[in-house]
Design a protein around this ligand. Structure first.
Ligand SMILES: [Fe+2]
Length: 219
C-alpha cells in the first residue's frame, strides 16, 4: 500500500491531504483546496477511487468532499458523532462507528473515534497507516477551543491510541508545523510532549495554557 501526500493551501491555511492506494484502488483522506492537483494524480496513476474519509467536519478538511464524491460517486465516511453534533451534510455521506471496520476489495478501514479537537473526531487506520486529521500532529495535538472540543476527551483519545496501536504505526496528520508527516508512534512517544502526560489534569492545563502561538502558525 502506498501513501501519497498532497500539500494544499488556501491563503494562509495549509493542509495535508492524502491518497492511499493499492492495486489501483484508492481512498482519499480529507481532500481540500486543490481539486486539479488531486484529480490529476488519480488520473495519471489510473486509480479507481473507492471512498473518501473525513477526520472531522472543519471546512479545511471537508472542502472538496462533495465535489469529488459527486464526480466519482463514492461514499464519504464520517463518524456518526461528528455528523450529528455539527449537522454535517454531504452527498453519499455514510456514518462510521468506533472500531467498526469498513471493507472494500483491497482495503479495510478501521475508524478510531478520538474526540477532543472536535466532538466526533476520528482517526482512520488502514493497514499500518493512521490518518489523524487535527487530533494528533507530529509536533503536538489539535486545538481544544472550538464548539464540541474537550481537552479532557483529547487526553483520553491519546491514551487510547497509545494502548491500541503498534509502535510501528505511521501517523499522517492534517497539518505540518515543521516536521515531515509519516513518523511512527514510537517516534511520537519520544518526541511529542502530549504523549508524555500520564495525568489528565496536567495534560488539560498544558493544552489550555495561555499565550500559545495560533493554530495557523505553520512553518
Ligand atoms: Fe480542525
Amino acid at each position: 500500500m502506498k501513501v501519497h501526500i498532497f500539500k494544499v493551501s488556501s491563503f494562509f491555511i495549509k493542509n495535508l491531504c492524502y491518497v492511499v492506494f493499492k492495486n489501483n484502488k484508492a481512498v482519499l483522506v480529507d481532500p481540500a483546496w486543490n481539486f486539479s492537483l488531486i484529480n490529476q494524480f488519480l488520473i495519471d496513476n489510473q486509480l479507481s477511487l473507492v471512498a473518501i474519509v473525513l477526520t472531522h467536519a472543519h471546512f479545511d478538511h471537508t472542502h472538496l468532499a462533495k465535489k469529488i464524491s459527486k464526480r466519482y460517486d463514492v461514499p464519504v465516511l464520517m463518524s456518526g458523532a461528528e455528523i450529528d453534533f455539527y449537522k454535517f451534510n454531504c452527498v453519499n455521506l455514510e456514518r462510521v462507528e468506533h472500531l467498526r471496520d469498513i471493507s472494500f476489495t483491497d482495503f479495510t478501514i478501521t475508524p478510531l473515534l478520538t474526540p477532543g479537537h472536535t466532538f466526533g473526531s476520528t482517526c482512520y487506520l488502514i493497514e499500518e497507516h493512521l490518518f489523524t486529521g487535527d487530533t494528533i500532529f507530529t509536533e503536538g495535538v489539535g486545538m481544544c477551543n472550538g464548539k464540541g472540543s474537550s481537552a479532557e476527551n483529547l487526553f483520553d483519545s491519546v491514551q487510547f491510541l497509545k494502548s491500541y496501536l503498534s509502535p510501528a504505526t505511521f501517523f499522517w496528520p492534517g497539518h505540518s508545523f515543521g516536521q515531515l508527516p509519516g513518523k511512527t508512534l514510537e517516534f511520537l512517544l519520544k518526541n511529542n510532549i502530549y504523549f508524555q502526560f500520564v495525568k489528565r489534569d496536567q495534560f488539560v492545563q498544558f493544552r489550555m495554557r495561555k499565550n500559545q502561538s495560533g493554530p495557523f502558525n505553520f512553518s
